[in-house]
Design a protein around this ligand. Sequence first.
Ligand code: NAP
Length: 257
Amino acid sequence: MAAKPVSVLITGANRGLGLEMVKQMVESPRPLRKLFACCRDPDGPRAEALQTLAKKHPDIISIIRLDASDLCSIKQCAQQVGSLLGMAGLNLLINNAGILAKATLQETTTEDMQSSFNTNVMGPMYIFKEFLPHLRAAAKASGMSGMSTSKAAVVNISSTLGSMEFVKHSYVSFPAVAYRISKAGLNMLTLCAAEELQKDEILFSLLHPGWVRTDMGGKDGEIDAPESVQGMFRVMASLTEKKNGAFLDYKGDTVPW
Ligand code: NAP
């Protein structure tokens, strides 16, 4: 990676892919300066591994409460992060937090649809809006031309299950209707943001992490979190304005819409 982001925020950083992202970022030979590891219950038992990591890297990691389905908590988080960031702004925002409801169309409830939409679509939308001033500050402060994740970028973690073209091949084995619709919504949100924020030189991208052995992916997944995250970080480091609004997998291959 030629240049690295100085400041990064990751949602859902307490377990699964989010926790692995935090690990790899702080343990890299040239770690970043400031990492905001956000989770909805920083003091709870599910954040113990993150707390341990933060104790090892107190100058880099700040654990901040953020519930992606709660606008109040998003606003508070943006204020807290803003006070720690200063003029340099936030280089990279990774919307990783997500939930998966596995039901078929006939089983899907109103609650499945609402919670999936709140966490997987509205969450990233509000988070992006609240952090926009910090992303704009980073784009201005960078002095770099073009777009990159080391300048100012939002990476939204999506899924091939949100791809229209994949439905025929994957529906029967894995219906997850509310999840599919929410990730398709996230994809559209990201494309709209890419168009709207192009003039501010803030890059937007969608990444599919692969089928990963986490709580969400289950034990039958194809890869482990370290491989997925290594791949996604390679892809993130390669992103330029040419890939603004792209939907890529952890190997860098384009995912069909
Ligand atoms: P995971 O192991 O289930 O972890 C999900 C993370 O999201 C947890 O940290 C969880 O926090 C957090 N989260 C859920 N709802 C939240 C909310 N309202 N506010 C804040 N945080 C919340 O899942 P994962 O496999 O790491 O998945 C990470 C991302 O990759 C998701 O967006 C997922 O859709 C995507 N993805 C995963 C796979 C896969 O095979 N694993 C494939 C495609 C895409 P709590 O501990 O508080 O619940």
